[in-house]
Design a protein around this ligand. Structure first.
Ligand code: ZN
Length: 465
């Protein structure tokens, strides 16, 4: 399953609507040092938030200075504020937003970080993300509504490129695409592709990098400035490159294909593919090939994917402790920026822990997963299932009921069947005969071929007083 929302989280879109909302009057927003620290959300006493809020005025100042030095972008009149809140009710995967507000008669660009999402480890580089948002904010403060009318590929391509996010983002987007087993070259679907998604950010920013490499270090800055002073983006690209748009675009596409091919080659993609292909024939062989890959190429951007597969296949082959040791490496400093893997890795760890009968630890880590990924129903279903199983297997049938019920609607197939079986047994143990009977009927209708049915029928009907 493709997790483009996770990229969304690292490349948040510019939002909040096209016009200034005059009705917005936050009572708490203060402009002292450009940072509003009156956050009253769930993590207000969390030391990590307190450290972040304390560091933010300097980070903001440095980000403004950096953007001004690197791209000559200075805000025009309106101020740039940083603010914090929780992401509840905001589209999943977004951890920061930038929008225009009016505050005490002054127009301000407000960058809002969603603290709950920041702290769950789903963000790779706060500094660069802040640079990215500052680019949006400063360009918007100068161009006003004209900025919103620029094509998205220009707005996001320039922000990613100026913020220096391209190298990491390209690896992130390519890695996520390969994780979903999609063709990495399909990412190069043309700058003006109709459905612009966060996967397109790589191609968008590559165009700016292409101009830098072919026309010199100042060329991208020149074309951004030309656009800011009134030229259309295509016209600006044509003036700076000296080529008409179709010729420029087709030369760029060839260059971008070479870029992706080189990235894959440098990451030992062919070896990765060999391990992936081995899985169909021999799970243990695939597992060992992926472990070997990670050992041989610790710096390849495919190594986190190899570790994930090695860990998962350790589970498939009954090596549960090895699975945990392998998967835990994904949470270390070196690899955790590949955040699109972390929720699936935790699901696998939940499996290993329950198999090893480490029930309290399984419950703890699955509760963490549920807290950190509130918007992922499938992941939540699997986590609740593991919690229910852990309680059930440790003899706490009563405690197992709630998580099992929660997992039921979020699951399908074998796990759903196993969930119903445990629920029936827990209800019987609790002497909840009506619920036991209803759940048995559910099992009969959803899984009429379930091998557990005869025994459960006996359990429910014969033991019932
Ligand atoms: Zn953006």
């Amino acid at each position: 399953m493709k997790k483009s929302w996770l990229i969304f989280l690292l490349f948040p879109a510019l939002t909040f609507g096209s016009c200034v909302r005059k009705s917005y009057r936050p009572v708490y927003l203060s402009v002292e040092d450009g940072v509003d620290r009156h956050y009253l959300g769930e993590y207000r006493d969390d030391q990590r938030y307190l450290d972040l809020a304390k560091a933010m005025p300097d980070m903001r100042r440095e980000a403004l200075a950096h953007i001004s030095k690197k791209a000559g972008l200075q805000r025009c009149g309106s101020n740039v504020l940083v603010s914090f809140r929780d992401g509840r009710g905001v589209k999943q995967g977004i951890y920061v937003k930038t929008g225009t507000r009016e505050l005490d008669g002054e127009i301000v660009e407000v960058i809002t970080f969603f603290v709950d999402r920041l702290l769950s480890g789903q963000m790779d580089d706060l500094e660069k993300s802040l640079h990215h948002e500052i680019v949006h904010a400063t360009m918007r403060s100068c161009m006003e509504d004209r900025y919103k009318s620029l094509p998205k590929w220009f707005r996001e391509g320039s922000a990613v490129w100026i913020a220096g996010q391209l190298p990491d983002r390209a690896e992130y987007i390519l890695g996520n695409t390969l994780f979903s087993e999609d063709d990495p070259f399909s990412l190069l679907n043309g700058i003006e592709s109709s459905r612009h998604s966060t996967d397109d950010y790589m191609e968008d920013s590559l165009l700016f990098e292409y101009i830098r490499q072919t026309k010199g270090p100042q060329a991208p800055i020149q074309l951004i400035k030309k656009t800011m002073t009134g030229l259309s983006p295509k016209k600006a690209f044509t003036e700076v490159s000296g080529q008409d748009w179709p010729a420029l675009h087709s030369a760029f596409q060839q260059w971008a294909r070479n870029f992706v091919a080189k990235k894959l080659q440098d990451a030992f993609h062919d070896e990765y593919q060999t391990a992936l292909a081995a899985f169909k024939e021999d799970k243990a062989k695939a597992r060992d090939l992926f472990s070997e890959f990670a050992k041989k190429h610790p710096d390849s951007f495919l190594t986190p994917l190899a570790l994930y597969r090695a860990g998962k296949y350790h589970n498939f082959t009954g090596q549960f402790q090895e699975a945990i040791d392998t998967l835990n490496r994904l949470f270390g400093e070196k690899y955790k920026k590949h955040s699109y893997l972390l929720d699936d890795a935790l699901v696998q760890i939940g499996w290993s822990l329950t198999e090893l009968k480490k029930y309290p630890e399984a419950i703890l880590r699955m509760e963490q997963l549920i807290r950190d990924y509130p918007d992922r129903p499938t992941i939540q279903g699997r986590a609740y299932y593991r919690i229910g199983l852990a309680y059930f297997e440790s003899g706490k049938q009563f405690e197992a009921i709630r998580p099992l019920r929660k997992s039921l609607s979020r699951l399908s197939g074998k796990t759903q069947e196993s969930c119903l079986v445990m629920l029936i047994k827990a209800y019987v143990k609790n002497r909840d005969w009506e619920l036991a009977k209803d759940t048995l009927e559910k099992l009969e209708s959803w899984f009429p071929k379930s091998k557990q049915l005869p025994r459960l029928r006996e359990l429910v009907h014969k033991q019932r007083p």
